[in-house]
Design a protein around this ligand. Structure first.
Ligand SMILES: Nc1nc2c(ncn2[C@@H]2O[C@H](COP(=O)(O)OP(=O)(O)O)[C@@H](O)[C@H]2O)c(=O)[nH]1
Ligand SMILES: [Mg+2]
Length: 226
């Protein structure tokens, strides 16, 4: 077990494995309740995960602005500390609840349950969950979301799907962001897609630039389809 979050450690002892199973079983039960809670409101939750700085908040700023006239949207914003991202996102007019995890490196279903109660999203809402930035622990925790979205950016290197296979195996969608920077960095998009599909053949992938807006329509269409 990871000392701070209880995430998986394959080299752990029998006690570690049992404890990990208990933590995850308890989490999964709450996640099922969250899913039912959301279904009753005809709402869907999309869990955005990435390394710090891949562009989750920038993508959400654009997305919330685009959705403002078509569909109610709300955000659960996860960070270890500060409300900086929540403040950025509230400027779009959307309701946002900030969750600070302190030393914790991921959101879990219990944190999302209390954030949902506070957020009280409108019927038919898309609830975006911006998870704490890392490609390890968030992959293990079901939050009751409809879909898991992994954002990577072209500045992070082609090999990330191979180095963090659990995250990419858990994903429904991979968004490759910062496409505007592709001419300036050593990133092989085709190979990265191949790596991602090697750990998860069912993946949907799309490319965009949250800064320029290139590819944003494809993302918005995917969101609308959920
Ligand atoms: N060039 C470029 N920069 C971006 C893009 N998306 C985000 N950024 C920048 O990357 C940095 C981190 O973005 P942020 O949205 O805070 O990432 P987060 O930590 O995943 O929420 C900021 O300086 C953004 O302006 C993009 O598509 N292109
Ligand atoms: Mg952010």
């Amino acid at each position: 077990m990871c000392g701070t979050c209880g995430c998986a450690d394959d080299s752990g002892s029998h006690e570690h494995v049992t404890l990990e199973q208990n933590v995850l079983a308890k989490n999964d039960a709450i996640a099922r309740d969250n899913r039912a809670w959301l279904r009753k409101r005809d709402a869907v939750a999309l869990n955005l995960m990435s390394s710090p700085g891949s562009g989750k908040t920038t993508l959400l700023e654009r997305t919330l602005t685009a959705l403002a006239r078509s569909r109610p949207a709300a955000v659960i914003e996860g960070d270890q500390a500060t409300s900086l991202d929540a403040e950025r996102l509230r400027r779009t007019g959307a309701p946002v609840v900030q969750v600070n995890t302190g030393a914790g490196c991921h959101l879990d279903a219990a944190l999302v349950r209390s954030a949902l109660t506070q957020l009280d999203p409108k019927t038919g809402s898309v609830v975006f969950v911006e998870n704490v930035g890392n490609l390890v622990c968030p992959a293990m925790f079901d939050l009751g979301e409809q879909r898991k979205v992994v954002v990577i950016s072209v500045t992070e290197g082609t090999d990330k799907p191979l180095k963090y296979p659990y995250m990419f195996a858990a994903a429904d969608l991979v968004v490759v962001n910062k496409l505007d920077l592709l001419p300036y960095v050593d990133f092989d998009l085709e190979l990265c897609v191949k790596h991602a599909r090697s750990v998860n053949p069912d993946l949907t992938l799309l490319t965009l630039s949250a800064t320029t807006g290139e590819g944003l329509d494809t993302w918005l269409n995917w969101v609308a389809a959920q």
